[in-house]
Design a protein around this ligand. Structure first.
Ligand SMILES: [Zn+2]
Length: 197
């Protein structure tokens, strides 16, 4: 998949987190985890789209104690989200993919403590109903809510108005904090450089 998958890892304790594994077999992710002998603690999903979630099952088969974290709405949508994806984009109406489990659903302002680091969630519906962003130190992971070049709203399950208000919420919450955005597609950039026109 052409989406961005991120791995956060701590070499002192050799634990890691995977964000948005989008490729079916998660080969590169598993390769990285194995070669660094990391424990995979969490898989965090920014939203329910298949290009951000398709690799979940491969990872939890290999690492069954890994917990999958996403918003409540994302968890509700996950069982259906691949149907349209494979029908329209992969031209394969018979292919079925369901993320096998969700362990933790998070809400606005929830915090997940991981190895003395706080991961703070902010709900940002719009691109899809289940979209969320989160900060970790000075990084803001945005999924498909904010990317450098385009705004994309899912016509059936998203809302352009909701997305605009989620972006305003992000910009006002994190204004002038020097955060770097790690988006779901494309390159990283500074939040304060984001052009909201
Ligand atoms: Zn998406």
């Amino acid at each position: 998949m052409s989406s961005n998958c991120y791995i956060i890892y701590d070499n002192s304790i050799r634990h890691c987190i995977v964000i948005d594994p989008g490729s079916e077999h998660s080969l590169r992710e598993i390769d990285f985890i194995e070669s660094g002998r990391y424990s995979l603690d969490y898989i965090v999903l920014t939203h329910e789209h298949t290009d951000h979630t398709w690799g979940c099952n491969a990872l939890i088969e290999k690492y069954p104690f890994t917990k999958i974290v996403c918003s409540e709405k994302c968890a509700q949508e996950l069982p259906h989200s691949s149907d349209a994806y494979f029908r329209f984009y992969m031209d394969d109406p018979d292919y079925q993919y369901k993320v096998k489990k969700v362990d933790i659903t998070v809400h606005d302002k929830d915090i997940l403590d991981w190895n003395y680091i706080s991961i703070e969630f902010i709900m940002t519906p719009g691109h899809t109903g289940g979209s969320m962003c989160f900060t970790l130190n000075n990084i803001l992971f945005t999924g498909d809510t904010i990317m450098k070049y385009k705004l994309f709203t899912n016509k059936r399950f998203g809302s352009y108005e909701q997305m605009r208000s989620s972006i305003s919420k992000l910009l006002s919450t994190y204004h002038n904090k020097g955060l770097t955005v790690y988006p779901g597609h494309g390159e990283i950039f500074k939040l304060d450089d984001y052009d909201n026109d």
